[in-house]
Design a protein around this ligand. Sequence first.
Ligand code: 13P
Ligand code: SF4
Length: 362
Amino acid sequence: MADGAFPFPEFTPEVEAQTAAIRDKLRDKITPLEWRLQAPLIAEIQALKRERNAVVLAHNYMTPEIYHGVGDFVGDSLGLAIAAARSEAKIIVQAGVMFMAETSKVLCPDKTVLMPDLEAGCSLAASITAADVRLIRARFPGLPVVTYVNTTAEVKAETDVCCTSANAVAVVEWAAREWGVDRVILLPDEYLARNVARQTNVGIIAWKGRCEVHERFDAADIAEMRRAWPDAEILAHPECPPEVLAASDFAGSTAAMTDYVATRRPRRVVLITECSMADNIACEAPETEFVRPCNLCPHMKRISLTAIRDALREGRHVVEVDADVASRARLAVQRMIDLPRPERPARYDLVRAGHAVDVELI
Ligand code: 13P
Ligand code: SF4
């Protein structure tokens, strides 16, 4: 019996034929024994999606059998929010964490959004409440509040505009222009705020939230990588501490890292982020060698093929967001979506040049 409510389906010749193309892609990532367990689940999920008019939105941190096997849309949190807004399916299954499922529900109030595991949270989303945001706003009247999408719907409802790591600099600069101010409140990730501050002249007021995965990297890790693999190109996520970014060759969202590898095709690369990123990109970049000093996100890793299959089969767990909260949060998320997506993480050259403007920490 599997860890979900239903037994594993069988690995039949039909299943083998239906999943052969995915198997080819994952050949180096999954052993034949694992494949005999995973392929029937993939085939069952594909059939359930067709039957129920459902799509799976899979974040870049999903394991390869989810990302390549059942994801209809894959990408970073900005890309998934845009995909949810455009989707014509009746049901969205969020293969990611709770704040992403809430964002989908906020953008698509008429669709059913299913979350395979309700415990898949995020340390950043847990770091701040709507009441905190109201207090911060009262302390800094007239300043726009920008929140990272890694927050609850209640927090988004208290804010002016959302951002992701892909567009944080652009959103902060937009908010400063729109409000006619030279300072912006950027919540709740302290390191993202510090990294944005280094790329703009807009003053940043920040909160002390941290990503429990990315805060564990430090500058000594990067120095060690450089010594061991001097020719490797080092790519870091903006949720890492600023000294990590300053020592890296490139910083960007999970999608920006994917683009970097796809377009520049480095011989050897180090991804300073969650473990599944490298596995997923490596399937499509056979000429690049990936060094993997990764950290696991325990929340993302709660999502499995079994949990996705059970979510579709049982219609669980339905994500609900209070209608008033959703309509206020939608404004903040939609404002972000309506801004053009920056092509490259802007102004990263300023980080390298040591433009070390500090933040005001609340
Ligand atoms: P991205 O927006 O880069 O996908 O990041 C989301 C996330 O949770 C990273 O830890
Ligand atoms: Fe949250 Fe960090 Fe996990 Fe992303 S990696 S979901 S920011 S805890």
